[in-house]
Design a protein around this ligand. Structure first.
Ligand code: NAD
Length: 386
């Protein structure tokens, strides 16, 4: 089987799905690797490095003709999809729950679609394949740096001849993978960090990183299935927003990461909460999306300064801005999943396997992923209104 690595062309995307280090491992499993010329350039992996590792450097046209399976980071572009013949496969972050129609389009073309974001993440043997975690780690780290760069003061306590600077007070809302990494990074930069999550079981993880965990009296825990949060009811949401507002106003910097699978991100910083913050405060909304984010009026990929002087950064694709580390981790996840799914040098689709049942979205002309198929049948996607 020939595995093809595309050059990503979404705006701002600098990652690549496979890095040279992984080529030998795939070749050992009987896979040939074709790399579109320039695929790794934006992440500082030269064509020559892939070639030295045993890959063939090809044009996009050759890639489409010769590769049996194409690996991507994000959703493949329309031109690539149009060039995929029946029987070929594509593996990447296809986000089928947000975009089930895309999964259906691939199925109609007879393309096998494999999506890393469907992985059963709590399964120990799937951890090396968990790209959501690897990319959230990178993004959480970068969110703390983005906040530090936008902030007009220091993060650490600094005592100098020119005076003493008090440490920044930073609040992280949502302490999953990205939130915990943001806490660790902000702590290393010297900020005083507090954090809150609607899943109370994250308290010990937060405290082990040296941050204080905030407990709200108005909202009981809201753990859902698979280690995720459930969506709050309208009453819970309002009570949470109101109680958080007081905490938010006492911080210089807020980083928000809250997500609920298959739903719009919950609104945590209302307009009133932002208005209550002091001039010079910084908010990084890692959940900013076209559907809305955790912060009122945040815009993905854009920075807005409010009338009261609060800088709201709608984080775009932060993992793509640390491309070498993010690609290396992503490539390890892709390779681990591929090696799990390959037998005798070819893809062996078997949805009775728990991992494959999560990641195989389309195969044999149909959408086989249960949750995606259910969304298509219901004619809905992308969650409920706030
Ligand atoms: P996520 O990106 O879905 O959400 C980020 C955080 O937002 C979560 O901690 C969630 O509880 C929180 N959140 C949602 N609604 C909120 C609200 N209204 N207010 C405050 N916080 C809210 O989560 P994630 O980082 O992808 O991971 C979620 C969980 O899955 C974590 O517990 C993680 O440890 C677990 N996980 C486990 C494994 C494993 O067992 N191997 C692997 C990956 C993830």
């Amino acid at each position: 089987m020939k595995v093809g690595v595309v050059k990503e062309n979404a705006p701002g995307e600098r990652r690549v799905a496979l890095v040279p280090e992984m080529i030998a491992r795939l070749r050992d499993a009987g896979l040939d690797v074709l790399v579109e010329s320039g695929a790794g350039a934006a992440a500082w992996f030269a064509d020559s490095s892939y070639a030295e590792a045993g890959a063939s450097i090809v044009t996009r046209r050759e890639l489409l003709e010769d590769a049996d399976l194409i690996v991507t980071v994000g959703r493949p572009d329309d031109q690539l999809v149009a060039g995929l013949a029946a029987g070929k496969a594509v593996l990447g972050m296809l986000n089928p729950l947000a975009d089930p129609a895309f999964a259906a389009a691939l199925a109609e073309r007879g393309v096998t679609a494999i999506s890393l974001d469907g992985l059963p993440r709590t399964l120990p043997r799937a951890q090396s394949m968990d790209a959501l975690t690897s990319q959230a780690n990178v993004a959480g780290y970068k969110a703390a740096l983005v906040a530090a760069t936008a902030f007009g003061r220091y993060f650490p306590l600094l005592i100098t001849a020119a005076g003493t600077a008090r440490p920044a007070k930073l609040l992280v809302l949502g302490t999953g993978v990205a939130g915990l990494q943001a806490i660790g990074t902000a702590r290393r930069l010297g900020a005083v960090v507090s954090a809150y999550d609607v899943r109370p079981q994250t308290k010990s993880e937060v405290e082990s990183l040296g941050a204080a965990f905030i407990e709200l009296t108005s909202v009981a825990g809201a753990a859902g299935g698979g280690g995720y949060a459930r969506e709050l009811t309208a009453d819970e949401r309002q009570a949470q927003q109101a109680e958080l507002t007081g905490h938010i106003a006492r911080h210089d910097i807020v980083i928000t990461t809250a997500q609920v699978p298959g739903r719009r991100p919950p609104l945590l910083l209302t307009d009133d909460a932002v208005k209550a913050m002091a001039a010079g405060s910084v908010v990084v909304d890692m959940a900013a999306s076209p559907l809305g984010g955790n912060v009122a009026n945040s815009v993905p990929g854009e920075t807005v300064v409010t009338e009261n002087g609060v800088t709201i950064i709608g984080a775009g694709n932060l993992a793509a801005t640390v491309p070498t580390a993010a690609s290396s981790a992503f490539a390890r996840n892709v390779s681990a999943l591929l090696l799990h799914m390959v037998a005798g040098g070819a893809l062996a689709i078997d949805t009775s396997d728990e991992i494959q049942a999560g990641v195989v979205i389309a195969h044999g002309g149909s959408v086989v992923h249960a949750a995606t198929a259910a969304l298509l049948a219901a004619g809905t996607a992308g969650g409920t209104p706030q």
